[in-house]
Write a protein that binds this ligand. Sequence first.
Ligand code: ADP
Ligand code: MG
Length: 474
Amino acid sequence: MAAPWEDVLRNEPAIQEAASVAVDAALLEGVLMRTEGEPNASDVVNYAPFTLLPSAVPSILFEQAYAVQQDFNLLVDAISQNREFLEHTLASTIKVDDFTARLFRIHMQVLEEGLAQSVFLGINRSDYMFDCGVDGTPALKQIEINTIAASFGGLTSRTAAVHGRVLKVLGKSKEASRLLPNNPSIGLALGIAKAWELYGSQSAVVMFLVEEVQRNIFDQRCVENELWNRNIRVIRKRFRDVFEKGSLDDAKRLYMDGQEVAVVYYREGYVPTNYDQQNWEARLLLERSRAVKCPDIATQLAGTKKVQQELSRPGTLERLLPGRAEAVARIRATFAGLYSLDMGEEGDKIAATAIADPDRFVLKPQREGGGNNLYGEELRQVLEKIRDSPERTSYILMDKIKPQPAINYLLRAHSPLQASECISELGIFGVYVRQGKEMVMNKAAGHLLRTKAIEHADGGVAAGVAVLDTPYLV
Ligand code: ADP
Ligand code: MG
């Protein structure tokens, strides 16, 4: 899996020069983030962290990840419409996990009232790592699928240009020309635009629902710009604004400040800290409305770790996707071992196995956003403590993926330049639109490669651990 620039990795002057070119190129291309010190102001911004060099990705696994994306879109959409499956799968989780329980209650309430929404828009990102088998052959293994607020589709649309420049500076023009074009921000915007069009009101707007702290605003602006380019008006609001100024009319049309909202695109609302009582009320208002939610609450629930674990049970995929044996096979091929910790014999057994051999597993709570999983000794201690308590059902266990590390340089503002052993995670963006029962769009919309030093078990770009990267297919 070696990239063809092993020769320059230890050439310090060349690396230093390339790094200074890289940083300027990133600023020039707009690979930007607001600073930690001033997360809500654009007066001073910096580059988003990224690798100096593209990372080698086996082309066969890259193609496999693209080839299964439409299947995953269908699967997520099918789960979101399957009330019984969600109810049954999340039954044990919602007894012990308050956050999932609250989401679930809104889901139920909206169903009881009857869905006002008839157009559905899904934007997800399926993430993978390359598991290194005993014979050294890498295999594509899904880490998770993100069905709400999947980020970095904007900034990653601009990183290939930066890495192309770096390779040229290092005398690798031929390799630079092989970097793939990649523009998820267009794909995401086309999905939003389609949903907006099907909603059917020329004067209605798209509302980006954003967090209080908006460090990653440029990533969102990339998508927003594509919508303005198509003459679709975009507003940015927080839950707090919705609580204060949002309303529904008799037909459950959603209005903000008197403006009708066609599409609500959530870049918020995926972790408990996003919610206080008012924000929960705002979320309920949005879900009850006829506006297209991206995602609706059922689709958010379809992305929980508990659902992921249930999907790996024999027969589940077949039931969710009847008559689609090939799609089922493609999806299943990407699954790592996943295990339920529900009370009972099966859960007792796997808990004991993980306590005896914690390095084989990752312990995952129902949380998003990085930094929540438990590994190694910590996994053992926590599992030992909760093994006989229902609390354990708020977690799932997963086989730990073990990728082959490679040397790279991680560029971060105010950090020294040093070589690190790194591993990468590949994400594929999926976009789909359904009107009633009919799928009118189902696409893979581009990719994201994130890379981190091996000493960090967990964490994404926003969490300050991983950095943006570009795949170099080998
Ligand atoms: P989150 O919703 O917090 O992003 P993830 O399931 O994506 O949760 O896990 C966060 C990070 O932990 C991943 O980006 C990856 O680096 C690491 N990780 C997760 N699952 C595994 C696994 N099975 N094997 C190895 N590393 C994992
Ligand atoms: Mg993740």
